[in-house]
Write a protein that binds this ligand. Structure first.
Ligand SMILES: [Zn+2]
Length: 395
């Protein structure tokens, strides 16, 4: 099987204790000779020495080194960022995941506030620009999902998705002849399926009973595209390669990511096709939150969703055929190479990843037109038996 491998290493959050260089070197030593690794992505603890030593090590091995940079989330923990307002003009609470992900706070800032963008670039410039990274891997390049604030009670994810209507954004919506009142009106209409979804065409394209919902999502996707165009130009101008961390296509529409057009802004894209992850970005988790936040426990409407999606909602881990189909459609339209994001780490109750999962996932994803795999989300937490299985399956 010919495929390229990207490795992802979580070095710690902006405010947490970074991992040790020795731990990183030891792990890379055990992997680099056995896998066709093109890139190592690492972030985002603030420890220059850690990255400098890793950069030196990887340069000798002829492996690219990308900085894993969360953009519209996390940066608020070290720079004062303006937050989001939902369609009822309520300020969204800062994230606060349910304890499991304490190193990530998942609170999002408003991408349309120019001051936020300035702060994000300033943070990079001050803390990371002196390190010889080959590229930047931009994560959290989206609005929050239905999983936002999942520990904070019902409907906080709903409000997060139907944002941002801060005064700045409201002006932008009005230019498109749209506003939050119109959205409110369509969201309170009764429907037979979540959000009145009638059809799913692949690549995040949905038909809704009320076209105003489609209009909202398309304006939102244009916001993200515009911001990322600006950020891509910035990083490209400084000579960095660019990778994008994105949601699975069917979830991308709800967070403002139009993967087809975004693929024209980066050198590679990594859709997070995590079938075993019960945490944000994980397919089972995000799907459950979408349903919980839109239709609650209404079995009829849940089943209507599965039917429209041609998705087996009972399957555990998440429906493999569906996930492979998603990748195939994405690879067919993407302007850049696509690397399937697959978990390799194991975390109790959060990501129960074992060799059999790795084998069936690689076997199903490999023939979809992807360039390779991004082994996520943390190589340092990957048991040797998982790594050995990857090597075994791709060689
Ligand atoms: Zn806003």
């Amino acid at each position: 099987m010919s495929c390229e491998i990207i490795l992802q290493i979580f070095s710690g959050g902006f405010l947490s204790e970074p991992v040790s260089y020795q731990a990183v070197e030891r792990k890379l030593d055990s992997v680099l000779d056995r896998l066709p690794v093109r890139t190592v992505i690492m972030g985002w603890a603030r420890d220059k020495a850690l990255y400098e030593k890793t950069a030196q090590y990887l340069a000798k091995r002829n492996v690219e080194f990308y900085f894993w940079f969360p953009v519209f989330s996390e940066t608020g923990s070290v720079r004062s960022q303006s937050g989001l307002e939902d369609f009822l003009l309520r300020r969204q609470k800062a994230g606060g995941e349910n304890g499991s992900h304490t190193e990530e706070d998942f609170s999002f800032c408003c991408p349309n506030d120019p001051q936020n963008i300035e702060n994000i670039l300033d943070l990079f410039q001050r803390e990371f620009s002196s390190i010889p990274f080959t590229g930047v891997f931009l994560d959290k390049i989206r609005f929050p999902s239905f999983a936002q604030g999942s520990g904070q009670g019902l409907q906080s994810g709903f409000g997060s998705v139907f944002s941002c209507f801060c005064p700045n954004c409201l002006e932008l919506y009005k230019k498109e002849n749209f506003d939050n009142e119109e959205l409110k009106d369509s969201l309170f209409r009764p429907s037979t399926a979540p959000l009145g979804i009638k059809k799913y065409r692949g690549n995040g394209v949905y038909d809704f009973e009320d076209p105003r919902i489609a209009k909202f999502f398309s304006i939102k996707a244009a916001f993200i595209y515009n911001r990322l165009e600006l950020l891509s130009n910035y990083f490209r101008g400084k000579g960095y390669g660019i990778g994008f961390d994105v949601f699975a296509p069917f979830l991308s529409a709800f967070v403002g990511q139009d993967l087809k057009v975004l693929s024209g802004l980066c050198d590679f894209m990594k859709p997070m096709m995590y079938r075993a992850t019960n945490a944000p970005a994980g397919l089972p988790f995000e799907t459950e939150m979408l349903l919980r936040e839109t239709v609650g426990n209404d079995i009829g409407k849940r089943n209507a969703f599965y039917k429209v999606m041609d998705l087996d909602g009972e399957k555990k881990p998440f429906d493999l055929d569906f996930a492979a189909k998603e990748l195939k459609k994405l690879a067919a339209v993407s302007a850049c190479p696509v690397y399937a994001g697959m978990e390799i780490n194991r975390k109790k109750n959060l990501a129960e990843v074992y060799p059999d999962y790795i084998e069936e996932t690689i076997t199903a994803y490999a023939p979809t037109g992807v360039r390779g795999f991004a082994l996520s989300w943390n190589l340092l937490d990957a048991p040797e038996e998982n790594i050995a299985k990857v090597i075994d399956v791709i060689s």
